[in-house]
Design a protein around this ligand. Structure first.
Ligand code: TRP
Length: 335
């Protein structure tokens, strides 16, 4: 009976279709998304509206969005179980984003470290969308009353802001939104560049030697790992002054589902060259089924487009319910 069934919690997350998704993206949140449908009602989106906040060529955005959608399915998100869709296909995201702008304080948005970082990185394009980015992200989450938001640790601050916005809105207008919790993966929360192991593994093709892309062929992956920066010691041990080795241990642990401690034991008698090869092989193996599934999906972009439409239709229905309530609450005339 319906009453007796415990209500399943809802999960929402999204990825921006900028750059080329990396091993870091996969070992972080994405690899867990497929399995989450067993326990939760899941929605996963391609955050194409968020991608507009950085300078991106239209052709590139289009291809990236298609690629990312296919990748979400390829990493194991089953479009029959989860709702997989493209953010801009559900106009309610923009609409709620605008409404939430009015319950977000300039001062709290200004504290976002990612805005500061991105502004410094691209001073010629510090646009209002970039500043407003976390408010749109809050709309993404609140629209579906998500309980849990799986993210990489660089997004925690944005989910905290979303909680503040939800609480403020609920406080003023009565309980409307679910206040979500963020969740970071136990391993692989942050994977660093292989060539510069103190910087996050970047998605832009400019970081091609330090970044392993999910769709890289095995030979390329192995080449990148063999060139990975280490240190002048000969000790496979995680420590703060050994960022290269620590990163490789993290990658290995996340790719083979062991712990860093176990990996340290496994490689304690290894030289760096052997260690790097073994980590590379682990990365190749964990990415192989994803790449193969991706390639088979991309053989039929028509089928992919119908999956996309079906996802958007399902998301729209859920979003419409929230929007109706929100409109009423703030005093907009009903549609
Ligand atoms: N900002 C996220 C990132 O860069 C992507 C994103 C957009 C997102 N909307 C979201 C993540 C909503 C979680 C929930 O990774």
């Amino acid at each position: 009976m319906a009453e007796q069934q415990e209500k399943r919690k809802r999960v929402f997350s999204a990825v921006k279709p900028t750059g080329n998704p990396t091993l870091g993206n996969y070992l972080g949140p994405m690899q867990h998304w497929g399995g989450m449908s067993d326990e939760y009602d899941c929605l996963f989106a391609v955050a194409d509206l968020h991608a507009l906040t950085v300078a991106i060529e239209p052709k590139e955005l289009k291809e990236n969005s298609l690629r990312l959608f296919a990748l979400l399915v390829a990493v194991g998100v089953d479009p029959e179980k989860a709702i997989v869709f493209v953010q801009s296909h559900v106009p309610a995201h923009s609409e709620l984003g605008w409404i939430l702008n009015n319950y977000t304080m300039f001062g709290e948005a200004r504290r976002m470290t990612q805005f500061k970082e991105k502004s410094e990185k691209a001073p010629e394009n510090v646009n209002v969308g970039l500043f407003d980015y976390p408010v749109l992200m809050a709309a993404d989450i609140l629209l579906y009353k998500a309980d849990i938001v799986p993210v990489g640790d660089d997004q925690i601050q944005h989910v905290e802001l979303c909680r503040n916005i939800a609480e403020r809105f609920n406080g003023r207008f009565g309980n409307t939104f679910t206040v979500p919790e963020w969740q970071t993966p136990k391993s692989g929360a942050r994977i660093y560049s292989l060539s510069e192991p103190t910087a996050k593994m970047g998605k832009s093709d400019g970081d091609a030697s330090g970044s392993v892309f999910i769709l890289d062929p095995p030979e390329t992956i192995m080449k990148k790992f063999k060139r990975a920066v280490t240190d002048s010691e000969m000790r496979v041990k995680a420590s703060e002054d050994k960022p290269g080795i620590t990163n490789l241990l993290n990658i290995y642990a996340a790719a083979t589902k062991t712990t860093v401690e176990q990996a340290e034991r496994e490689f304690c008698a290894c030289d760096y060259a052997t260690f790097k090869t073994r980590v590379g092989e682990a990365a190749v193996e964990v990415l192989r089924p994803v790449r193969e599934k991706y390639e088979s999906l991309r053989r039929d972009d028509g089928a992919l487009a119908s999956l996309m439409n079906a996802g958007a239709e399902r998301a729209k229905r859920l979003a419409a319910r929230t929007m109706e309530k929100v409109r009423k609450r703030v005093g907009l005339l009903p549609l």
